[in-house]
Design a binder for this molecule. Structure first.
Ligand SMILES: [Zn+2]
Ligand SMILES: [Zn+2]
Length: 268
């Protein structure tokens, strides 16, 4: 478990990386500019619920909603100002309805997450993250179970990354990041993160010279893929952000008949 100041640093690292890549990149500039603002809103939500006096999350979404929903306008205002048109319109429509406008969506998402539910996913990431750090347990979820879902909350993997670890370097150097609580867990290196396929002939890795440290990790058994960010090639990459940056790889994967295990917050 990381302490609170580590986690504030973590948000800043993501934001800084998104800003930097937004300046550099051509094709993904708009996506990154939006993601950077979204991360700022998520950090703000995180800080607000974390610093709330006399309150700790219970892990039961219905019980926690009265506190959570107060922070919702932070996200809605950001999306209205910086989001792509369809999301900005949706945010604008939700704002006057007040903070309770998304209650049902938040409860449903918590019980059964879906990567096309943009607002609940974006809003509950900082909440789930704070649950983990504050020592609460997520309640009322039906985790898929098994090594392919997050051991804390049961969420699906958003991105995989490789890093060198001194100890047990043989198998322990691939990690997955949870799409719901943003925590990481170790995963075997040559295994499909969707169906568990282990036969190397069924697993493909695809690169583009444009994104030297990112690859598509595809499975021909279930036709799903996840992107992998190689921190041994680029140590200062931030997997969630570099995953967005390398959006053209998603288009490539889709054209080749692969479905992403979990769409990211910019919808790719
Ligand atoms: Zn999780
Ligand atoms: Zn598979």
């Amino acid at each position: 478990m990381k302490n609170a100041s580590d986690m504030s640093d973590w948000w800043d690292t993501q934001i800084g990386r998104a800003d930097k890549l937004a300046m550099q990149s051509s094709g993904s500039r708009e996506l990154l500019a939006f993601y950077s603002q979204l991360l700022r809103a998520q950090k703000q939500v995180y800080e607000l619920i974390r610093s709330r006096q006399g309150w700790l999350p219970s892990g039961d979404i219905e019980q926690d909603l009265p506190v959570l929903r107060e922070q919702l306008p932070v996200l809605l205002n950001t999306v209205e100002a910086h989001g792509p048109e369809a999301l900005a319109i949706a945010a604008r429509e939700l704002l006057p309805a007040g903070a309770a406008s998304l209650d049902e969506d938040l409860i449903n998402y918590w019980r059964s997450p879906s990567d096309i539910e943009f607002f609940p996913k974006a809003f509950l990431q900082p909440y789930a993250r704070w649950l983990l750090e504050s020592g609460a347990k997520p309640l009322g979820r039906e985790p898929a179970g098994g090594e392919r879902s997050c051991p804390f909350c049961g969420g699906k993997p958003q991105v995989s990354f490789l890093q060198s670890k001194e100890s047990n370097a043989e198998s322990g150097n691939r990690d997955l990041i949870c799409a719901t609580c943003l925590s990481t867990w170790e995963f075997r290196r040559v295994v499909c993160a969707n169906c568990g396929e282990e036969r190397p002939a069924k697993l493909g890795y695809f690169h583009s010279p444009e994104f030297d440290h990112v690859r598509i990790e595809a499975c021909d058994s279930c036709k799903h893929y996840i992107k992998g960010v190689d921190l041994t090639r680029l140590g200062f990459a931030a997997p969630l952000v570099d995953e967005v940056y390398s959006a053209p790889l998603d288009l490539w994967a889709r054209e080749h008949g692969y479905t992403k295990i979990e769409l990211n917050l910019v919808g790719l």
